[in-house]
Every structure is written in C-alpha cells, then in structure tokens.
Design a protein around this ligand. Sequence first.
Ligand SMILES: *[C@@H]1O[C@H](CO)[C@@H](O)[C@H](O)[C@H]1NC(C)=O
Ligand SMILES: *[C@@H]1O[C@H](CO)[C@@H](O)[C@H](O)[C@H]1NC(C)=O
Ligand SMILES: *[C@@H]1O[C@H](CO)[C@@H](O)[C@H](O)[C@H]1NC(C)=O
Length: 482
Amino acid sequence: MKSAELVFIPAPGRGHLVSTLEMAKQLVDREDQLSITVLIIKLPSETKVPSYTKSLSSHYASRIKLLELSQPETSVNMESDTHPINFISKYINSFKDRAKDAVADIFNLSTSVKLAGFVVDMFCTSMIDVANEFGVPSYLFYTSGAAMLGLQFHFQSLISNERSAIVHNYLDSESEVPIPTYVNPVPVKCLPGIILDNDESSTVFLNHARRFRETKGIMVNTFVELESYALKALSDDEKIPPIYSVGPILNLGGGNDGHGKEYDSIMKWLDDQPNSSVVFLCFGSMGCFEEDQVKEIANALESSGYRFLWSLRQPPPKDKLQFPSEFENLEEVLPEGFLQRTKGKGKVIGWAPQVDILSHPAAGGFVSHCGWNSTLESVCSGVPMATWPVYAEQQSNAFQLVKDLGMAVEIKMDYRKDLNSRNPTVLVKAEEIENGIRQLMDSENKIRAKVRDMKEKSKAAIMEGGSSHVALGQFVETVMKI
Ligand SMILES: *[C@@H]1O[C@H](CO)[C@@H](O)[C@H](O)[C@H]1NC(C)=O
Ligand SMILES: *[C@@H]1O[C@H](CO)[C@@H](O)[C@H](O)[C@H]1NC(C)=O
Ligand SMILES: *[C@@H]1O[C@H](CO)[C@@H](O)[C@H](O)[C@H]1NC(C)=O
C-alpha cells in the first residue's frame, strides 16, 4: 500500500489547533501509512504560531507536519461592525490560493506520497474548493456535538427550501421547533442566537452547513453511547454524509499552562476537601459577568453552604470583542466580607485548570456554560452539571443535557449574553442559582448516577473495539481507499 497524506486546515486560534493535533495523533496512531500536514492560518493579531505546536513529541514529528501559510496579498480586515463569524469566514477564504500553492508544493511532484484528502473544520468550508481543484475528497471535523450538527443542517435546509421567512416567523415567539436530532422539540429561546439573528451572520453560518453536505464524511467529537438519538437521526438522513463519531477527543494534559503557582494552590486546596463535596463554577474562555450578577452568585453560594471553587473573571471593556481578564482586586466585586466568611469553604480563582479540577475526586458538581468541550470534559470525569449557557450554541447544549439526556439540572437555559452586547442582560437571581446548586449537589439526584455511568461508557468507547475506536477505524479505511 502506498503512503497517503491528509491535509488538515483548522480555523485560526490555539484552541482549534490543539484539537486538530489531538485528532491528527489518533489518526497516525491507527495507520502506519498515513501522515498529516496541518496548514496553519494565523490571525493578523497572532505574532507567532502558538508554542504548543513545537511540543509535538519526536514520536509524531515525522508524521505530522505543521506548515504556516503566509499572509495573502490582499488582506481581510476586521471591521468593527462585522460579526466575528463573517470576518473569520472571509478571512479563511482569503487564504485559498496560499493553501493551494502549499499543497501543490508538497504533492504535485511527489511520487512517494499520495494526497488522500482535506480535513477542514466547521469554519473552513471554503477550502473544499481547493480540495476539488486537486480532485481529492474533503472531510469535516466537527467539534460540537451531533445534536448541534443536526440543528445546523435542519435550519440550513429550512432556509434553502422555504426562504428565511419561515425561520424568522419563530422570532420572538414562545414556540418550539421539532429538530430531528433532539428528542424533545426545542424552544425557540434555546436556539443559537446566530440562527435567530436575521442577518448576514446567520446566512454565513448556515452556508457552512450547506457545504458540509459536499464532504465525503464528517468526524464528530461525540460518542454513540452519549448521543445515540442524534446520531441515528443523522444517519437516517440520506442527504447527510456518513458520520464518524470519534470522540471524546479532549484537550487533556493542559496542566499548569504557565500558571504553576495558581495551579499548585488550587490542587492543594482540592486535596483538602472531602470527595464529591465541591461545586465548581466556570464559564469558558469568554465567560464573565457584570458586578450585579457576580453578587447574586456570591449570595447563592454563601447561602447554599456548599464548598465551592469559583472561576471569576473581569469582563472586557463594553463593546470590545476581547477576552475577560483577571480581577486585580476581588474584594471590589464581591459582597462585603464574602471572602472572610467563606474562608476555608470556598476559593475564588481566575484562571482554572478545568480538566484537572473536574477529574479531582473532590469535584461534586459543575456549574457550566455548557460549551461542548466543557460538557464532554464533565461527562468524562463523571461530574454532573448545572446549566448556565452564556452565548453561541450553549443554550441548545443546555437544553439537550437537561431535557434530552437527563444529565444536568437547569439553572438557566434560555439566557443569552450577546457577544456584541445588543441584547439587554438578564439577571439570574440568587434564589434560582441556589436552588440549582442544591439540586446539583443532592447525592440522591438521578443525574449523578447517570453521569457516572456515562463516564465509564466514554472510556469504553475509545478502547479497542469500542464504538469510537471502530468509527475511527472506518474513517481511516475510507481515507486509505484512494
Ligand atoms: C472545543 O475545543 C477545541 C479546542 O480547544 C476547539 O477547536 C473547538 O472549537 C471547541 N469546540 C467548541 C464547540 O467550543
Ligand atoms: C498542482 O496540481 C493542481 C491540481 O492538479 C493544479 O491545479 C496546479 O496548477 C498544480 N500546481 C503546480 C505548481 O504544478
Ligand atoms: C475519595 O476518592 C478517592 C479517589 O476516587 C478514593 O481513592 C478514596 O478512597 C475516596 N475517599 C473516601 C473517604 O471515600
């Protein structure tokens, strides 16, 4: 058999690259004749390729190559009124010629290695055109769950069949939408904002889904035991390419990530807490709240009486699309005396080593924004969740977890904090939060047993003969049949 090589094109940003490399490692581990080149698109603001890429061990270095694409001559700039998804899609599109030249350089003259196809991620569908020019198949690596993939397909087909009016009839309504990949009809309020925003961004978002259909297969970061209903619905739809559920692919080994001192202090604190006693609160890389909301959370924690570990971060300046930062002085945002009163019982932190916290025996519950990665991390650690979605597709994930899967309790589901801060913010009251935390930490709650069971299933899925192991094997087989 001749050696084959896949070209991976992840969206810019460290996170996308990290998960792409995890995926790449698993593929080359499975097939000796397969190698991978990852084309890296840097954002103008990124000065250098994230250092993570340099840490690819020598074991992989010969089989997984990283190639940074140079900036195209005409650059796409981020205008202040552009939705991030529009910008990123255009930006990636502007690298098509660069990608084509890079791939031609590697393969046009090579007689030993055959180009087997492109693997693009959910924002890089414009690169399917480049794969077509080389006459090779494209595959998609979808980093959310199967239910969400189905939701994206569903609205894409509604829009192309019936025009957008029918979709936007749902706007402002209290109605529910049946979506094939969800057991229960999904309330309009739990749909991703980008679908409801009747503007260019929703067109761009759904247009990606239209192009997903052109691929020869879709790898999804999920596993059959977790999302059997959604996966069956996807495979029953003949207009959807073959789905390979290859997850959970977690970004493990995050470790202290340059935060050595904080890391040690957090882990030491957890070591001193009883098993399953701590509620952990963390809202993802974009998660942060205004002061009035911070106070409600603090009051809820204090009156619940549970031990807690709370990742609390400072919002960026209003109307700036920036990441939250660390508070200089926590006393200023927290209720007076809170830190003294909860001393020993709780710990407020900024940066959080989420995977290590969740897999610590002291972790008893997770108040989460329900990003898909966090959801998988929680499930694979056997820690139940309380849902508090903040943006993007998190409402629908929360709905799926609470209603379809029965693996989380609800604090809030239809809460939306618009990234462009166009929507008024909703204040979640301390009583609602406290109530959610009590249910979450209740040792008799059925969700606890269910999540523990799913933890075992997630481990089994990636073992030899497990569902995801088998699916990955099938994917490799398809790729090698060229
Ligand atoms: C999950 O994390 C990976 C890597 O950090 C990233 O590429 C991906 O976009 C994330 N997925 C979601 C749904 O946030
Ligand atoms: C490489 O092959 C592609 C696809 O056949 C072709 O479009 C391109 O012009 C070739 N490039 C070079 C530099 O030969
Ligand atoms: C706490 O959990 C750890 C790891 O699961 C286990 O080894 C230990 O026995 C537990 N301790 C108690 C008191 O149950």
